[in-house]
Structure formats: C-alpha cells, structure tokens
Design a protein around this ligand. Structure first.
Ligand code: NA7
Length: 541
C-alpha cells in the first residue's frame, strides 16, 4: 500500500512539479538528488502512475514493448525489474512506477490527492504561485508541468447524457473497482487505440456490445504473450545495446526503421515483408520501409495489405467493408495494435454501427439515438480520446508575465520553443509539451531527455548565479516553423481528423502539435542549443 502521508507544504521550494507519472517522478529525482533542490510534486491521483493511474479500462495496455517501456537512467533499476509480458498492462506499469517511487524514496516529496487548478507568475518575486483545488497556495522559483499528453478526457457533448439511466464511463477515468459488463447491453463509442483494445475484452462478458465507429482504423496484431526466461535474460544482457537503439532512432523504440525504400522491392518481396511484419506484430509494422510515412504510393501498399487482412478476418462482408473503409494513410493517425479486434466482430454478441453515415444525435434515458436508429443500452463506454497535448496544460489555468493566460498565448494553437518553454512564462518548463516529439516517440525516452535537459538548464543557471530563463518570440516563431516543416514532409497531416492536429475536439485550433522530425534529431537540436549557451533563451538574474 503506498504511503499517503502528505509531505509538508513548503514555503521555500525551488521547484514545483505537477504530476507523478513517468515524467514527474524522474524530474523529482533529477532536481532533488542530482541538484539538491527543494522540490514538491503535486498529483491529483492517490498514487503514482499519471496517465496509467487513470487508464484502467478493460484491455488497457502499453503499445510499446515492455523492454523499451522503462527508464534507462539506472542500469540497476533496469536489471532488477522484470516485465511479465511483451506489452505491459496498466496494472503492471503502476507496479513498476510504485517500485521506482519506493526505490528512489520519491514518495516523501509527492502530495497525492492534490489537484492544481491555477498557477501565476509573480514577476517581482520571480516565483510561481500554484493554487490547489483545496484552496492552498504553494510557491516556487521553477514550475514544471509533467501532466502527460493524453490526460484530459474528451467526452463529446451529446445532448441528453445527463438523462441516461444506465452507467457511462470515459476510458481515461475508469473506476478503480472496475466495471462488470456481465449480461449488459454495452455501447462503445470510438475506434482509436483505446476502443480497439477494449472491444475484445468487453465482448467476452457483455450480453451484447455495439461499437459505434465514426472513422475506420487500421490495426496490426500485438501478439502479446508472457515473456520467456530466455527473452528476459537476453534483455538483461543487452541492456546497453537496447538503450543505445532507443536513444539513437527516430521513435525511441527498441527497433530501427529498416533503411529500405518501398520502391526497392518487387511486389512479391513487399508482400512477404508485410506478412513477416504482420506475423511479428506490433508497432514495428511501421518500420518495414523507411518511406512508409513519407511517400503516399509506398503507404498505399501497406494500407492495401492491412485492409485485405481485415476483409480476410471478418466474415460478414458488410461489417468487413465498413471496418476496411479507411480514409487516411496508414500510421498518419496513431496506429493501434490489438488482440483479436477484427475477429471480435465475428462474435454473435458484437455489432458495428456506422456513425459517420448516421451520426449520434443524442443519448436518451434508455440508450443512444443515431440519425436513423435507437440503440437500447445499459452501459456506454466513451473511448473518445483526449483533448491531447494542450488540454492538460490549459486546464492548469497558467498565468504568465503580466497575468497573461497561457490560453490566450495559445489562442491560435500552441506556440513555444522546443516544446519546452513559452515566451512570457519565465521558469516554466513543459515536459513533453506540444512541439516536442512526445507522442511520436516512446514516451519514457522523450520524458527522460526533457527532464535531463531541464535539469541541465537549471544547473547552468544556479552555477552562474542566475535566476530566470525565458525563451523569446523570435525563437518560438522559428521553432513553430520547424515543427510545421517537419510535419509537412510526412503524410501525418493527411489524417484530417487526427488528435495530432487537435481535430477531434470541436473548436480546437488545427495545428500539427508533435515534432515529427524524430527523437534523435530533436535530441541533437536540444544539445546544440545547450552548447551554444542556451540559444533562443534569455538567462537573467
Ligand atoms: P483517439 O485515438 O482520439 O480515438 C477516439 C475515437 O473516438 C475515434 O475513433 C474518434 O473518431 C471517436 N470519437 C470521438 N468523438 C466522437 C463523436 N463525437 N462521435 C463518434 N465518435 C467519436 O483516442 P484513444 O483513446 O483511442 O487513443 C488515444 C491515444 O492513447 C492513442 O493514440 C495512443 O497514443 C494512446 P474520429 O477518428 O475522431 O472520427
């Protein structure tokens, strides 16, 4: 049982960190144990885990392979922790983070059950004042957000939701005690990674499951399985090499994208390569050709292969056609991986409804109504995603220099430098903020790089007796242009409804948010900025 004793409210803090997931825990460790700062983490949940604290829906599992879903800063930590399956599930990830929190004695500096509702920069004092939901105020010189990219649930504003007499849940705010679907008529809205993970599991116990699909999606089998003793031993022996690959490739995963163009092979060879990747399973499917996300004609071959697989798996031709009616390039939206997703539609108790053709009009007291039918339901599951990347930051109600709201600064979309800092918000750092590789990278890798860069920057200030770091409008303008440029050479912006673009939240500015130039290039850019004396930042006392 985690120790829930709240740490004392410090009045003389050097840094406040919001969030105790992968990012918050490591940032605390870096600043407290390496720089000796007084640090406090504020966390809304009652335990560590961040995104994984809340995402406990049926089938919730990481899409990165477990041996890559680790911190890499400690060889000892890497060697002593053993994952049980190829992809860790939510409970095992929480156990890992609990272990990290205990091993490095982090809990004493984390206040759980403490939601941050406001933050204001006091220019005269050069301090951030942070307000909690309970009305308490804490101040610190540095404010670091470690709130994750996918932590603000997007529940569509369907009329009548409040009248629903059954139960409804968003997957990202799942009840800790779980949900019993036995004998229930369940409706699941959304076919992103989450809906694709949850569907097969819910179908096992529900009386009937109706999946409401607006945008059909690709998915590749995960082929999850318990890890063999041989594989576990291989991981331990090859720790250094695994780490090297994760730190030098584009996406922070423990595999390389093949250095081979889709144009270099014959159609037969291509088919064989896709079959092999399908049999291997997982996100590696993206790595078959280096130009899969750059060249539409190459991507089309992957798309056709995957659509043919759907048609082969799903027996009812109308359902198969609807599932395979995919309107965007493969991996232009975050590509899901699954366990029996398409095969689940062969079950008698599962049906698929096309809500692109006949949109959901209302939730009624007894179910859900689309433009052309009524669906009686006992439980509705919203697998409808998140107000991604900017949502968790804007929810903090951050006010910078002169009381300027971050929401105002980002009215037309997120503008920042390196995804790390916003002009007008001195000493505020945003771990895996928009404009950084974040969600296009294996998250722990992106997080470690950011936490270490921030630590280096604060150490640099302290060593020189400086107190403030702030980026400039010019640096932001240049960086935003780079982020756009990086996205535009890929096929990523072609998925018009993707959350990468903010398109899933009505009214949200459409800006391609993550940096698509690759983690390795991004790391090099950050290192060069440091070497040039924090180019693009103004350091002052
Ligand atoms: P996603 O990927 O944003 O998927 C949300 C799904 O919900 C997607 O199919 C949406 O359709 C659908 N949706 C959203 N709003 C509606 C409305 N109003 N009506 C019908 N359908 C709707 O979220 P996930 O939680 O699956 O995954 C998020 C990330 O977590 C994932 O990418 C991994 O990185 C981990 P749409 O495509 O917008 O038409």
């Amino acid at each position: 049982m985690p120790d829930m004793t709240p740490a004392p409210a410090g009045r003389d803090l050097d840094a406040l960190i919001v969030g105790a997931g992968f990012a918050g825990l490591y940032q605390l460790l870096c600043l407290r144990d390496r720089l000796g700062l007084k640090v406090q983490v504020l966390e809304a949940g009652d335990g560590v885990g961040g995104t994984w604290y809340w995402n406990r829906y049926p089938g919730a599992r990481c899409d990165s392979e477990s041996h890559a879903y680790n911190y890499t800063f400690s060889k000892e930590l890497f060697e002593e922790w053993e994952w049980s399956e190829r992809y860790p599930d939510h409970a095992e990830i929480r156990r890992y983070l609990d272990h990290v929190a205990d091993r490095f004695d982090l809990r004493k500096d984390i206040r759980f059950g403490t939601r941050v509702v406001g933050a204001r920069y006091d220019e005269a004092a050069n301090r951030w004042s942070v307000t909690t939901e309970a009305g308490e105020t804490l101040t610190a010189q540095f404010l670091i957000t470690a709130v994750g990219c996918l932590s603000t649930a997007n529940v569509p504003k369907f009329p009548g939701l409040e009248s629903f007499q059954g139960q409804w849940y968003h997957t990202g705010q799942w009840p800790q005690e779980g949900v019993d679907f036995t004998g229930k008529r369940v409706g699941l809205i959304g076919t992103g990674s989450t809906g694709i993970q949850a569907t097969p599991v819910i179908a096992q116990t529900a009386a009937h499951l109706t999946v409401f699909q607006r945008t059909a999606n690709y998915s590749v089998p995960a082929h999850n399985a318990p890890l063999t003793p041989e594989f576990k031993a291989w991981v331990k022996e090859n720790h250094a090499e695994i780490r090297r690959i994760m730190h030098t490739n584009t996406n922070g995963q423990a595999f390389f994208i093949e250095d081979r163009s889709g144009h270099e092979v014959t159609p037969e060879q291509r088919q064989a390569l896709y079959e092999a990747a399908w049999a291997k399973g997982g996100l590696q499917f993206r790595g078959v050709f280096r130009d899969m996300l750059l060249d539409k004609s190459v991507n089309d071959t992957a798309a056709e292969f995957l659509k043919a697989k759907i048609r082969a798996i799903v027996k009812d031709p109308a359902t198969a056609a609807l599932l395979a009616d995919i309107d965007h390039p493969y991996a232009a939206k975050r590509p899901p991986i699954d366990t029996d997703y398409f095969a689940t539609f062969n079950r008698d108790n599962v049906s698929l409804v096309n809500v692109r053709a006949a949109p959901i009009e209302a939730i009624t007291p007894t179910g859900l109504r689309t433009k052309d039918a009524e669906y009686p339901l006992d439980i509705i599951v919203f697998a409808t995603g998140y107000d991604a990347m900017t949502g968790p930051l804007l929810k903090l109600n951050i006010l910078g220099r002169g009381g300027q709201p971050l929401a105002k600064a980002w009215e037309a979309g997120p503008r920042n430098y390196l995804g790390l800092q916003v002009a007008g918000f001195p000493n505020l750092f945003t771990i895996t903020g928009p404009g950084s590789p974040s969600v296009l990278c294996n998250m722990p890798v992106a997080i470690e790089q950011h936490a270490e860069w921030i630590t280096g920057c604060i150490a640099h200030l302290r060593d020189r007796g400086l107190a403030r770091v702030e980026t400039t409008e010019a640096a932001m303008a240049e960086w935003v242009a780079k982020v756009n440029e990086a996205a535009n050479v890929t096929l990523l912006p072609q998925a018009h409804h993707s959350w990468y673009l903010g398109a899933n939240v009505p009214g949200k500015p459409r800006v391609f948010m993550p940096y698509a130039g690759g983690m390795a290039r991004y790391r090099a850019i950050c290192d060069a900025v440091t070497e040039k004396g924090y180019e693009g930042f103004v350091l002052s006392d």
